[in-house]
Design a protein. Sequence first.
Length: 420
Amino acid sequence: MQLKGKKLLILGGKPIGSCEIVEYAKSKGVYTIVTDYLPIQESPAKQIADEAWQISTAELALLKQELIKNKVDGIYAGVHEFNIKKMIELCQEMDLPCFCSIKQWDFLNNKHCFKDLCRRYDIPVTKEYTLSNFSDPAIKDIEFPVVVKPVDGSGSRGFSICKNIDQLKIAYNEAISFSATKKVLIEKYMNYEKSVIINYTLVDGQIFFSGISDKTSKKVFKDGAPVMAVQFYQSLYKKEYLDTLDKKVQKMFKEFGLKNGVIWIEAFCEKGEFTFNEMGFRFGGSLTYLPVEYFYDISQLELQIEYALTGKYSFTKNSFKEKSRGESYCILPIHVNAGRISQIINLDEIKDKKYVNKIVPVHFMGDKIDKWGSAQQVFAYLHLVGKDREEIDNHIDEILKCLSIKDENNNEMLFNLYKD
């Protein structure tokens, strides 16, 4: 489909994936505009776009004026949930193409609503506890430990594991502070260290299973939330998932009315039995469209941008075919300790390795890192390929010997949860 000459507004120049959106769109001859409240030197995607606007993504009225004045053809945002919601609202006001409605987004982005939808289709979900207040008699029915988190949060922010009522009270207020809707989820503690990520691609009502990974998570700090340590595609439990839940999930999304977009689902997995935890109606923050393209030879990013600009796809069902690959694929987050990034050593050398499919930056030179204990402490996501997981492990060892990130006092900032 011809995209050359069309204008695309990208909301947010700093979030993960924004640079990749600009780079891909420009490669197709699209005129790219990036907007946010940041100055250009603090907004990486602005630095490579054709044009930059100094307008916050929350300023919808002002953005609407500029969209009309500049005759923009489409709007897109990658993984940042606030920006995605603003994109949907703007598209609806401007009658521009968008992969979902605000009603669908708000429902599926709410962890409680998503789990309630799963129950209707006999899809196992984590047990929940409901409290109106801490004097509620139902509090005696809570079986500790439990997890407390915002119903609409992401990136492990506002997440706590509680072993008693006193911890629950503290965690409840913490979770509320990270919730736009000021609502909190209390649920049974599961083995957060082992889960799977399930991917789907939706095109004009057709739903395509797009791979499943084994995800290992660990805590950055002793009392913090588990964050991703590594993902390996394809999951050891791929067959079990396809045999037991894939048809139910596809039916659920179809009957809910989803027609377009990309989806990831996190589920706990014990010996091939799955318990759904949450979903994202977007790319994963580690840019999960990359392994989907590797194994299924189709670009979810291409589909999303094409639809944002035209409201149509050049896609055909035959375009989506699983490759008969024997290789493994790994997404490895590299974390950094608190400090200001002052040196990045050997990153370009690593980019040139044949087994590196992509390096997805999260932080850049000069960024100040705090002790967040969440996915915010990821410096970059490394996408690696190999004939099997053992070979990828060897690649990771080689990278960790080579890569170095220093703070202003020449202290090493880099660590990783997978090998450490």
